[in-house]
Design a protein around this ligand. Structure first.
Ligand code: ADP
Ligand code: ADP
Length: 207
């Protein structure tokens, strides 16, 4: 669903990604972990077309969606308007199927997004990404700044979508322990290079 080959991305003279190889297959849940500045967001931005590679190849199959770092909601608009507007590429903008997946959102539909807690805002950001019924979802720093209980709850929703609907997931996390718990495979990115890749249980044992 995601193929990244020999990817090089530069910002001016600085190399943010340097020969990255990564694959996410249909129905897989894969982690991309690494410290701040490793190049994780740059990789997602390249997948979503915001950043252009200097060389190499990125490709996504099927419908691709991503949950951006920092959520990026319209704070003055309602939850439901965020779902509809944020999914402007989607023809069918009825959020009902998203409320089916994330029932808590339905109770919040009329609330101003900016007035919600961080965890609720992250749920809106996930819901917005689900509006287009993606085949593959990249989630950038789901856990950042959130309480562990809320993170667990959100991650469980993603795991369920993965298991029950076969949605492939790329979980991009600074929190490697969390990512290793729920993913089968992982890539470790450091300073723009993949320094380790493999099964999560093996990577967790080695670290
Ligand atoms: P992250 O947590 O992913 O490292 P940052 O806080 O570094 O995020 O980056 C936030 C925003 O600033 C992003 O859009 C990123 O592309 C941009 N950014 C990061 N580093 C630089 C930089 N050195 N020069 C200009 N923009 C940057
Ligand atoms: P991560 O998401 O792992 O924190 P980023 O992809 O945000 O890493 O950043 C990778 C590197 O690229 C960092 O050194 C960052 O400062 C730099 N960078 C990111 N965005 C920009 C930008 N828009 N302009 C210049 N440098 C950037």
């Amino acid at each position: 669903m995601i193929t990244v080959e020999e990817l090089v991305v530069r910002y001016g003279s600085a190399t943010a990604l340097d020969g990255v190889e990564l694959q996410v297959g249909a129905g897989e849940m894969v982690a991309l972990v690494g410290p701040n500045g490793a190049g994780k967001s740059t990789l997602v931005d390249t997948l979503s077309g915001v950043v252009r590679p200097a060389s190499g190849r990125v490709a996504t199959e099927g419908r691709f969606a991503h949950v951006p770092e920092g959520r990026q909601l319209f704070g003055d608009l309602s939850v439901e308007d965020n779902l509809r507007l944020g999914a402007w590429r989607v023809r069918d903008r009825d959020p009902r199927h998203v409320y089916g997946v994330l029932p808590d959102l339905e109770g919040l539909r009329g609330r101003r997004a900016g007035a919600l807690s961080g965890g609720q805002q992250q749920m809106v950001a996930v819901g917005r990404a689900l509006m287009g019924r993606p085949d593959v979802l990249a989630v950038d720093e789901l856990s950042l700044g959130l309480a562990p209980k809320i993170v667990d709850d959100l991650v469980r929703h993603l795991v369920r979508l993965n298991r029950e609907e076969g949605m492939a997931v790329l979980l991009i996390e600074q929190n490697a322990r969390l990512a290793f718990e729920v993913c089968s495979r992982a890539y470790v990115l450091e300073a723009g290079r993949v320094v380790a890749a493999g099964a999560c249980d093996e990577l967790a044992r080695g670290s």
